[in-house]
Design a protein around this ligand. Structure first.
Ligand code: KG4
Ligand code: ZN
Length: 341
């Protein structure tokens, strides 16, 4: 029962082959467009769509070759239906639906965030339903209660910038290129935690909402004031102050979500979930507060086709999928996370 997963919601083209009968990921391949967009300081949607079109066929060939399987063994094509960039989504959806149509197979549209949410279940130490999930990516910062496949309740989310967006914008401010999250995190490792202190937005708001847009402004103001006072600024100290602030807020809200939900497992998914400082701090808090934390394999934290194929496999197994064949289809650039199907 071979499922091809196709992910093109933003700037990564991800393809994967998942064997639903064996419960095993056979192969996955990702092409990141980061280098192409770097010159512009962010994702250029039109360039993203065109590059997806260029990569889809070669990457599909690559995953079949790596899995040593033939296309005649394929049974379902799963693709990201939304949310994301409209043109980028269309590139993947048109490819997936076209391939499925040509082979006489069903195609299943998957919610991108559902893919992220369920991706820790692909790891060697998977969580069990129900759990609390922290989704931290470039576009989203949300806490969800995950009861089972297809049953998600939004507990709280960011009121403005996503955590990954704050990482990227602050990295840009420090001249670290795009996407700056990983570089900023690396730089912070050598920073002095006592040198600067930034605010922890909404940490004591008593709810599960977040706000990160003020942090990059706080970094900007700090740089301006310190330069005016002719004080020597070290980028690693600024990076450290920023990362510590984001991590403190994320950890505090996760702990509150666990406490309020009465659940004992926390799943962390999305690009920022690859962040080392966040993982260290969450592991420590889990130990002292008595809950368990689960992460996807590091290579499956950022966007990939494996999580899309896998989400489709779980939906098929649960009988909760809407498959389509035929020529008409749609994509959903905006899509309510609590209603993924
Ligand atoms: O999930 P993802 O690949 O794409 C979206 O759906 O947005 O997440 C990408 C985001 C970017 O903002 C990137 O800077 C951030 O995740 N990111 C990180 C790290 N790795 C990726 N942020 C902080 N530390 C990291 N190690
Ligand atoms: Zn994502």
């Amino acid at each position: 029962m071979l499922i091809l997963g196709v992910e093109t919601s933003c700037d990564e083209t991800g393809l994967a082959l998942y064997d639903a009968a064996a419960g095993r990921l056979l192969a996955h391949a990702v092409h990141s467009q980061a280098a192409m967009h770097e010159a512009y300081g962010g994702v250029v949607p039109e360039l993203a769509s065109r590059d997806h079109l260029r990569r889809l066929v070669p990457l599909t060939r690559e995953v079949f070759a790596r899995a040593e399987r033939g296309i005649e063994e394929l049974r379902t094509v799963a693709y990201t239906e939304g949310p994301g960039l409209a043109g980028a989504l269309l590139a993947g959806a048109a490819f997936a639906r076209g391939l499925a149509h040509a082979l006489g197979l069903p195609a299943i549209g998957i919610h991108h965030l559902e893919g992220h949410l369920l991706s820790p279940l692909l790891s060697s130490r998977p969580p069990r339903f129900p759990f609390v999930a922290l989704l931290v990516s470039g576009g989203h910062t949300q806490l969800m209660r995950v009861r089972e496949v297809g049953r998600y309740e939004l507990l709280g989310e960011t009121q403005d910038d996503a955590a990954g967006e704050a990482f990227d914008k602050t990295a840009k401010l420090l001249g670290l290129g795009y996407p700056g999250g990983p570089a900023l995190s690396k730089l912070a490792e050598s920073g002095d935690p006592a040198r600067h202190r930034l605010p922890r937005p909404m940490i004591a708001s008593g709810d599960l909402e977040f706000s990160f847009s003020g942090l990059k402004t706080a970094v900007f103001t700090l740089v301006k004031n310190e330069s005016r006072a002719n004080r020597n600024l070290r980028p690693q100290d600024l990076a450290r102050a920023f990362v510590d602030a984001v991590v403190d807020v994320l950890v505090a809200k996760c702990a509150l979500a666990i406490e309020r939900s009465g659940l004992t497992q926390l799943v962390v998914a999305g690009g920022v979930g690859a962040n080392k400082q966040l993982r260290r701090a969450l592991d420590e808090r889990a130990r002292t507060s008595g809950f368990d934390v689960f992460y996807p394999e590091p290579e499956l934290c950022t966007d990939n086709g494996a999580m899309i194929a896998f989400a489709a496999a779980l939906r098929l197994r649960a009988g909760k999928h809407q498959s389509g064949s035929g020529a008409g289809f749609t994509v959903r650039p905006r899509w309510d996370p609590a209603a993924p199907a």
